[in-house]
Design a protein around this ligand. Structure first.
Ligand SMILES: Cc1cc2nc3c(=O)[nH]c(=O)nc-3n(C[C@H](O)[C@H](O)[C@H](O)COP(=O)(O)OP(=O)(O)OC[C@H]3O[C@@H](n4cnc5c(N)ncnc54)[C@H](O)[C@@H]3O)c2cc1C
Length: 394
């Protein structure tokens, strides 16, 4: 007889780790399934930035406040150092843009960033090239070490008697009162399944005959070993091209049924580079980020070409970082049509749930994992209702 669970959570990146922990904390018997022993996912290559200041609607402002409160106690609750701290975010404005115009774009956030002159920006971040910017914005940003945080959740989950297996999930099936999960080695039974497979969620569900409006970009970064160079701030462009790429990529849903990547390139400008950098407490730098729309999760990426492109842009904005020895990495990042996650039962699939599609999830995942675990116990939750995947099938 196969073992049976209350919940099987697929994917042990940030979302799956947090959700499995919160479910186990509520007393559920949970199995967490992850395909890789060593994390090689979006969480592993993330900048780890927490934009508590960036709530722009009633919903996101509330979640930002809840996120801040949750992070304040997370290290102690999980009994592990997640390197939660505050640092200066520096949003660079390129020479083609008027600083005041860009500043206005940020006015609707709960805590709008401050506008800096070129001199003030370079005083805050001496590694910046003053000739590459017309100004910058700054605001206090939260920061964590994302893979340590995911690991902290997993370890706390295991201490609560949660179970974890390393195997690839091939298919999920829903029946009247239960579900099955077929992996490369076994078949597991569970009352419910939660899909937390990040950028792979769409493909995994497709293999099970389920269509869901979660999309993904191919992201690329460079990561240096610990270095003595000191980056004071988390640097990102004030105008992130990634968001426009995501909007363009879903305007035409037809793209997502194409398998020919050349055709996609003709339908949408499919590759962008947002030049940014962050340094972790151990001295490692993550430099990036290229985002590309390729609807094949296994598409070939030309790492040499990407690395050259990234280094040439870094040489303009942060010249001292452009030639550091670094390794190229690639991962998939999920997104949705409205930048909000999809949380809850997949329409037509009573027992299969999704917890994915977060664009910039790190602020939102801890409070939403907690809320979802509370919700499935039978407690009503207006926020979980608002994030239901059924909002796209009305
Ligand atoms: C360069 C970069 C910078 C970023 N910066 C920020 C930032 O500053 N702030 C922010 O909020 N967000 C940021 N993000 C986004 C954020 O880090 C990720 O979206 C988030 O960590 C994703 O977590 P996840 O659990 O959804 O996905 P992932 O971390 O990708 O985890 C999904 C897991 O599911 C597993 N899986 C998939 N399919 C299967 C299967 N069939 N069987 C078993 N396991 C499976 C995968 O192996 C993987 O471990 C950044 C992302 C990148 C790439």
């Amino acid at each position: 007889m196969p073992k049976s669970y209350d919940w099987i959570v697929v994917g042990a990146g940030f979302t799956g780790a947090a959700l499995a922990y919160e479910m186990a904390k509520k007393g559920y018997k949970v199995l967490l399934l992850e395909q890789n022993i060593q994390p090689d996912n979006a969480t592993r290559y993330s900048y780890g930035g927490l934009a508590f200041w960036a709530g722009s609607t009633v919903l996101t402002r509330q979640l930002c406040d809840e996120g801040r409160a949750r992070y304040g106690i997370l290290s102690s609750e999980l009994d592990a150092d997640i390197e939660f701290r505050e640092l200066d975010l520096l949003l660079t404005i390129d020479t083609e843009n008027e600083p005041e115009t860009i500043f206005q774009l940020y006015k609707h956030f709960a805590k709008p960033p401050k506008l800096l002159s070129i001199q003030e920006a370079c005083a805050l971040e001496p590694l910046l090239n003053q000739h590459a910017i017309s100004g910058a914005l700054t605001v206090k940003h939260g920061h964590i070490q994302p893979e340590k945080t995911a690991q902290a959740y997993i370890q706390a989950f295991l201490r609560l008697a949660g179970e974890m297996e390393i195997c690839q999930v091939l298919q999920v099936n829903s029946f009247e009162t239960s579900t099955t999960v077929q992996t490369s080695t076994d078949i597991y039974q569970s009352a419910n399944i939660a899909i937390c497979a990040g950028g792979i969620s769409r493909d995994l569900l497709k293999q099970s005959g389920i269509s869901i409006p979660v999309y993904f970009t191919h992201a690329e970064i460079l990561e240096t070993p610990p270095t003595d160079i000191k980056l004071n701030t988390l640097v990102m462009p004030a105008v992130l091209q990634r968001f426009q790429l995501e909007i363009d990529a879903i305007k035409n849903d037809e793209i997502w049924s194409h398998n020919n990547e050349n055709e996609i390139e003709n339908m949408v400008n499919n590759t962008i580079l947002d030049t940014g950098a962050v340094q972790f407490l151990d001295g490692r730098l993550r430099l990036g980020q290229i985002s590309q729309i390729l609807t094949n999760t296994n598409a070939e990426i030309n790492s040499e070409k990407s690395e050259k492109w990234l280094r040439s842009h870094l040489s303009q904005i942060l010249p001292k970082l452009a030639n550091l020895s670094a390794n190229w990495h690639h991962c998939l990042v999920a997104f949705s049509q409205d930048s909000l996650p999809l949380i809850g039962a997949i329409p037509g699939q009573k027992n299969i749930h999704i917890f994915s599609g977060f664009s910039n999830p790190l602020v939102f995942v801890p409070p939403l994992a907690q809320r979802f675990a509370h919700f499935i116990l039978g407690n009503d939750d207006e926020i979980i209702h608002q994030l239901s995947p059924s909002r796209f099938s009305r």
